[in-house]
Design a protein. Structure first.
Length: 336
């Protein structure tokens, strides 16, 4: 990362940076900040936003802290919507929000426990980031963020269950609720609804979105990562389980059949046969009558997910399906 301000406006180094941008060899991230275009091309949306955070933060005062959706990107927290080319910071000198090119300064203060250093960036802590996003984001983005944060706090070693896990979850829920502030705080009601809905058992953003879609389709309680047993032995752990309908719903990715690392020397046909054998084991567990497989596109278009469920014999209210379709259209509009 190169800064024109380091050399001065008329310096030969600054002119060289501008020529590099004109030729396409360099990309201008922010006023006076340039990086190799090949570096930018190799990054995903999150990586590009973190790079922008570094470019913008370099010119800010020490008391400004990268926050909200920008801190979420630094912490690699999932979100539904795209990341805009605007870096969000908490600025204690602001009484109201101020937005300019590539920067949104939000009023607020931070204490030592609210701040962490990640690489060359000063960002809000994981808990502060979660509460800031919950208070300002849409319900779906708040749920995705809180699911991921609860997973890191409650299940740092991966999937687990039992009384100790339940107690740990309740402690962290109470702590996050306390961080949300008084019930009358702006955004507090929606944030608490998202916190009550959030679960550490969503292993990734896709599972969070599947649970949201199932909830909106009106299928009743949706349990995540349920371990099913046959004669006391594990038959498998399913992504979601609808106890009321005795149905497991698995979110399958096409990548399982195409990624050499996931295939691990197996053919796609081998993977399909293993899935069939696993389904047979699951159907042997008490209270399991069906296993429904869906993919990410079914979550984006819940009318397709509704079709899978209806073919499995699960009744759905058409009004819930219509509502879920409208909600998904709004949710994924930014990704179209």
């Amino acid at each position: 990362m190169s800064f024109a301000a380091t050399h001065g406006d008329g310096a030969k180094e600054t002119l060289a940076l501008r020529r590099g941008a004109s030729s396409g060899a360099l990309t201008r991230l922010h006023r006076g900040v340039y990086v190799p275009s090949l570096l930018v091309a190799g990054l995903d949306a999150r990586g590009r936003h973190v790079l922008l955070c570094r470019a913008v933060a370099a010119g800010l005062g020490r008391r400004c802290v990268v926050s909200h959706m920008s801190a979420g990107a630094v912490w690699a927290l999932p979100r539904v919507g795209s990341l805009p080319d605007v870096v969000h910071v908490v600025d204690p000198h602001r009484a109201t929000a101020q937005r300019s090119t590539h920067l949104c300064r939000r009023p607020g203060t931070t204490v030592a426990s609210d701040v962490e250093r990640i690489g060359d960036l000063t960002v809000t802590s994981l808990v502060r980031t979660a509460t800031d996003i919950a208070l300002t984001a849409r319900f779906d983005d708040a749920v995705l963020c809180l699911d991921a944060v609860l997973r890191r706090l409650v299940l740092p070693q991966g999937h687990d269950e039992g009384p100790e896990v339940d107690a740990r979850l309740e402690r962290w829920r109470a702590s996050l609720s306390n961080e949300l502030g008084a019930p009358g705080r702006r955004g507090g009601t929606a944030a608490r609804r998202a916190l009550a809905f959030a679960s550490p058992w969503a292993e990734n953003g896709g599972e969070s979105l599947l649970r949201l879609a199932l909830h909106e389709l009106g299928v009743g309680e949706v349990a995540l990562q349920r371990v099913l047993r046959v004669d006391g032995r594990d038959a498998g752990r399913v992504d979601t389980f609808l106890a009321e309908h005795e149905t497991a719903v698995e979110l399958d990715g096409f990548v399982k059949l195409t990624d050499p690392a996931m295939l691990a020397g197996r053919s796609p046909a081998d993977v399909a046969r293993e899935q069939n054998r696993r389904d047979h084991r699951l159907l042997g567990a008490p209270g399991v009558r069906r296993v429904v497989h869906c993919e990410y596109a079914d979550v984006v278009h819940p009318e397709r997910l509704a079709g899978h469920l209806r073919r499995a014999g699960i009744p759905l209210d058409p009004r819930h399906v219509s509502s879920a379709v409208r909600a998904a259209a709004r949710r994924f509009a930014a990704r179209a």
